[in-house]
Design a protein around this ligand. Sequence first.
Ligand SMILES: Nc1ncnc2c1ncn2[C@@H]1O[C@H](COP(=O)(O)OP(=O)(O)OP(=O)(O)O)[C@@H](O)[C@H]1O
Ligand SMILES: O=P(O)(O)OC[C@H]1O[C@H](OP(=O)(O)OP(=O)(O)O)[C@H](O)[C@@H]1O
Ligand SMILES: [Mg+2]
Length: 280
Amino acid sequence: MRIAVPNKGSLSEPAVAMLREAGYRVRRDSKELVVADPDNGVEFFYLRPRDVAVYVGKGQVDAGITGRDLLLDSASPAVEALALGFARSTFRFAGRPGTAQTAGDLDGRRVATSYPGLVRSCLAQAGIDAEVVRLDGAVETAITLGVADAIADVVETGTTLRNQGLEVFGEPILRSEAVLIRRPGRDEGGAVEVLRRRLTGVVTARHYVMLDYDCPAELVERAAELTPGLESPTLSPLHDETWFAVRAMVPRTRTNAIMDQLYELGARAILVTEITACRI
Ligand SMILES: Nc1ncnc2c1ncn2[C@@H]1O[C@H](COP(=O)(O)OP(=O)(O)OP(=O)(O)O)[C@@H](O)[C@H]1O
Ligand SMILES: O=P(O)(O)OC[C@H]1O[C@H](OP(=O)(O)OP(=O)(O)O)[C@H](O)[C@@H]1O
Ligand SMILES: [Mg+2]
């Protein structure tokens, strides 16, 4: 199986980290363009982020990691197989304050972007007739230099826009994040499915922590409501028969709130441990 991985930019490092956590061999330095991983029957190709969807869409590579925005911009027939939870951003119109209230105000005006495919299809869908100016990056500067009236670009914290005195307008065009993509058609031999399952394990492991605590027997039912786990929490008897040990996965973002509630209920010895990988 061949897998395409972004070789630079925002996606590269977290994509490599995720593959490493999923048990694959990754490159040791940024000059390595092809990495063989015979133990897993995989060959990794480190490609430009924009090219990943092109190779996967043409079927030369079985799967790849890219951004949802890059996939849609490329108009590649590759298929999104799994959202990976990093490189989250929105794709938005922006301009100087007062330039426009909605995308409709762009009629007859110029929009600079490095995602012309995405922007053209968004404008066409809304029936807006605007000129798209294609730039390679740093598009925020296009307005200052008079090349465009507005821009459409990736926004994460909004710092870049603020620094240029720009404001977003209109509805977000897209919510993006890193995604696993696969070539269209059948997954020969189910090879991509193994990759997808492994990456799901990493995404889930990042999402949850393992919570262990001791709980008086009469409070176990109420404690189980606070920590229902995936199927049901694990109960183990303690030597002191009036207590149980309870174990359940909980969403990472709610860990401390749940620990507070358990403690107030009467649970003790509440411990949190990291999950490094899992199959759900
Ligand atoms: N600041 C950011 N925060 C989150 N995601 C981002 C950010 N900038 C770019 N991305 C995402 O990274 C992908 C773009 O990949 P690309 O390699 O072009 O990143 P980049 O950081 O812009 O690289 P470059 O150094 O070439 O500008 C897109 O999916 C985009 O949504
Ligand atoms: O909302 P923010 O947190 O400021 O992030 C968004 C910025 O990050 C990316 O820029 P990058 O540094 O990749 O430069 P580029 O425009 O040349 O791609 C993106 O193109 C935006 O400009
Ligand atoms: Mg960039």
